[in-house]
Write a protein that binds this ligand. Structure first.
Ligand code: ACO
Length: 326
């Protein structure tokens, strides 16, 4: 168990909403296909803002909501699979943008599990001596990496950023109670984005870009998810010392409404315990869990003392779940 309090949650999403019908105007798809297979109705698409811009806006809001000076932040972790660049990290760019001059900043690359991986990493680093306050943010501009002529992937994703300001120096019993993180590198070819290739010849033939767009074997990822995720959730709950019935809310990565239903059924838990906002935002990868949490917080749904399970899954392939007392 790690003492950890989520002091505030905030989100930053692009203004532009793109509906399924909007997509059907330029690719062969339909609102019916997308809604029935995934539950997605609209998604946000960023024009102009990169991942660090969205993350920095969410970070500024976290500071303002908690009346925290940027200089008080000791740690910034950004979970993203669509960083602005390979280096500097998106977290470092956010640090510069918000002026958090005392923070250490780095990214975590774990696709849709990224926020859970980042939260567990931050919890492990937070103690009263080295670091007290951290910004843990999930942010994606997937639209820049999608192949907009590939209907099997481009209809599924959306852009956005959201995060939490967490603190280990507080009164009360908020905590990270337990977790389970799993990686399955043997299936790394099932989902990839911005894959780069080494030079084939030297001197090089040309300077053309070699990064590939987003590619996914959707059916394989679906099968992985519905099989592995329930076991990872059970392992995290066991690690927390609680039982599944003691979890008040299951905040799952928003990849597909069908997946959430299957997981709820496999865990013998009522679907009402599984909040969703996928219809509004699509799959925002590393941003999806904090985006849902921040909306629940805006709606005053979250109750101090409640027990929540957060679970992400996706590219790697990987999955991660953690149990927190809010
Ligand atoms: N519009 C219309 N038809 C389409 C579209 C589309 N956008 N996309 C595919 N189709 C067609 C296919 O071509 C296929 O046609 P065919 O039968 O004539 O060959 C048919 O629809 C069925 O395609 P499937 O791929 O079998 O559809 P499926 O029911 O598996 O749904 C989906 C696809 C939604 C991608 C599903 O497999 C899924 O949700 N997978 C998991 C994705 C996931 O969880 N990702 C999480 C991680 S993401 C991350 O880490 C970033």
């Amino acid at each position: 168990m790690k003492r950890l309090k989520i002091e505030a949650l905030a989100k930053s999403v692009p203004e532009m909403r793109v509906s399924n019908d909007d997509l059907a105007e330029f690719i062969e798809t339909s609102d019916e296909w997308i809604s029935q297979r995934t539950g997605i109705k609209t998604r946000r698409v960023s024009l102009g803002d990169n991942t660090s811009d969205l993350c920095a806006k969410a970070a500024e809001e976290l500071l303002s909501k908690t009346s925290t000076e940027a200089s008080e932040i000791d740690l910034i972790i950004v979970a993203t699979m669509t960083p602005d660049s390979a280096t500097p990290s998106t977290a470092a760019i956010v640090q510069g943008k918000i002026g958090a001059k005392n923070a250490v900043a780095f990214d975590i690359s774990a696709a849709c599990s990224g926020f859970v991986y980042a939260l567990v990493t931050a919890a492990s680093m937070l103690d009263s001596k080295h670091a007290k306050k951290a910004l843990v943010i999930g942010g994606e501009v997937l639209s820049k990496s999608l192949d907009w002529s590939d209907r099997t992937t481009c209809v599924l994703f959306g852009d956005g950023a959201a995060g939490a300001l967490i603190n280990c120096d507080f009164d009360g019993d908020s905590a990270l109670l337990g977790y389970s993180l799993k990686s399955f590198g043997e299936d790394s070819d099932k989902l990839s984005c911005q894959k780069t290739l080494p030079l084939a010849k030297f001197p090089p033939e040309s300077n053309k870009k070699t990064a590939t767009p987003f590619e996914m074997d959707g059916r394989a990822v679906y099968n992985f998810t519905t099989k592995i995720v329930p076991t990872v959730i059970k392992a995290a709950v066991e690690d927390s010392g609680l039982g599944l019935d003691q979890i008040d809310r299951f905040v799952l990565h928003q990849a597909n409404a069908r997946i959430i239903k299957v997981i709820a059924k496999k865990l013998h838990q009522p679907l009402e315990k599984f909040p969703e906002n996928i219809s509004e935002y699509g799959n925002t990868s590393g941003a999806s869990i904090p985006l849902l949490l921040s909306e629940l917080s805006e709606q005053k749904e979250l109750v101090r003392g409640e027990t929540m399970l957060l679970c992400g899954f996706g590219g790697g392939l990987c999955a991660g779940a953690c149990v927190i007392r809010y």
